[in-house]
Design a protein around this ligand. Structure first.
Ligand SMILES: C[S@@+](CC[C@H](N)C(=O)[O-])C[C@H]1O[C@@H](n2cnc3c(N)ncnc32)[C@H](O)[C@@H]1O
Length: 392
């Protein structure tokens, strides 16, 4: 059993975990924390997960004294003859304690271990939980002597103690985002984390014998293609703009060189409304045309015009795609949704009638369609994720 600490928009993390592990294996534990019933969990594959941990104990009552005693007893025994220095961080989630209470557990443990001749470096807590950056830079969870304990008070009244198995590699994400040779602020590049989430939402089996192909029909600078090949898939990108195909080509060449690997990629220009794609296409993942960017909410007339335009392009794309992919093909696309000054969204009309174009929306157990929106507080154009399956 694992726990996952979810990112800024927890519904997105919950959704990708549901798609990969099955809805019945993912259960909410606390705000921003879920339990996952699995024997294996690689945090680096999940854009919506900040930290992962293997559950080592469950405490029946959500009582800090009992929890802290359990930790001190368990680790002073387990580490009493540890060879070498231990680095320890402790993070508490959803508990009614303060950072000093959390730190105190580490201090008592450090004193006990000192008596056994074992040296422990305790990472200071300025908050209840260590930030992802602190966990990452201290390499917590990545070796036996670098440990992060994660204590979560569940909404069911029980508490879970887990040992971290790693946190998001923010250095690698920054390289895959800002390190790429070709970027284009105008097309609005997708953050690599969101590309990973979308690929996971497509829930394509990862079979080493038959490398599945992911098509991005609006590939832009190639972020989805990049994340797809890094996750072991073959990538196929098309875009209306020849310049974007060149950018994707250069970025993927850079990826080949950086990872010293020959990734399997196909690229060519094409209008998503009319292109005839090459087969095979095992899944479709992409960020469609989002319309023009706005720095302030547009007038009602302008909004109507942009919604109409985007709705037309994306509907025609879905029709064209639907005539070329097999029933059962998973499709995860990011489409625009516009936020007004009160935080209300205008959605694309096609979402309500998606069945007409031959697609069935996926039903999640813990997440509703309205939660699948990715945006920052200052953004007018949000990305709405549609998780679909092509039907007959
Ligand atoms: C929001 S951007 C995608 C950005 C991409 N995810 C990236 O990370 O760079 C949308 C892309 O759709 C392309 N586009 C617009 N209309 C299109 C159409 N009818 N067919 C294919 N591509 C189109 C644009 O050239 C642009 O690259």
């Amino acid at each position: 059993m694992y726990i996952a600490i979810l990112g800024r928009q927890p519904a997105l993390g919950t959704a990708e975990l549901e798609r990969v592990f099955g809805g019945h294996n993912v259960s909410p534990l606390a705000p921003q924390v879920v339990n996952i019933d699995t024997d294996n969990f690689d945090v680096q594959r999940f854009g919506g997960v900040l930290k992962a941990g293997k559950v080592i104990a469950e405490v029946n009552r959500n009582d800090w004294h009992q929890i802290s005693q359990k930790i001190i007893q368990h680790y002073s025994d387990e580490w009493s003859s540890f060879g070498g220095k231990i680095t320890l961080g402790i993070s508490a989630y959803n508990l009614r304690v303060n950072a000093r209470d959390v730190q105190k557990v580490g201090i008592v443990l450090k004193q006990k271990l000192k008596k056994s001749g074992v040296s422990l470096r305790l990472i200071p807590n300025s908050d209840l939980a260590l930030s992802t950056a602190t966990s990452h830079h201290n390499k917590l969870g990545l070796s036996a002597n670098k440990v992060e304990l994660m204590i979560v008070a569940g909404t069911n009244g029980k508490a879970i103690i887990a040992e971290s198995t790693g946190s998001q590699n923010i250095t690698a994400y920054a390289k895959r985002d800002q390190g790429r040779p070709k970027r284009d602020a105008f097309v609005g590049m997708l953050p690599p984390k969101l590309a990973q989430i979308m690929i996971n939402l497509a829930a394509l089996p990862n079979d080493a014998d038959h490398q599945a192909t992911i098509l991005d029909p609006f590939c832009g600078t190639g972020v989805v293609l990049q994340e797809a090949v890094l996750m072991g898939y073959a990538a196929y990108g098309t875009d209306l703009s020849v310049k974007m195909i060149d950018y994707s080509h250069e970025n993927l060449q850079w990826l080949d060189d950086s990872f010293r690997k020959q990734f399997k990629v196909r690229l060519h220009p094409g209008d998503a409304m009319t292109t005839k794609w090459q087969q095979p296409i095992d899944a479709v993942v992409g960020e469609t045309y989002l319309g023009q960017p706005f720095s302030a909410p547009p007038s009602p007339a302008k909004l109507e015009e942009v919604v109409k335009n985007c709705n037309y392009i994306i509907t025609e794309f879905l029709r064209n795609l639907g005539s070329q992919v097999k029933p059962g093909t998973p499709v995860c696309i990011a489409v625009p949704a516009w936020r007004d000054k009160d935080g209300r969204f205008t959605h694309l009309p096609l979402i309500a009638t998606i069945a007409r174009y031959g697609y069935r929306p996926h039903e999640f157990m813990n997440v509703s369609q309205n939660d699948l929106l990715y945006f920052r507080e200052d953004q007018i154009v949000a990305r709405e994720l549609l998780v679909l399956t092509k039907v007959d």
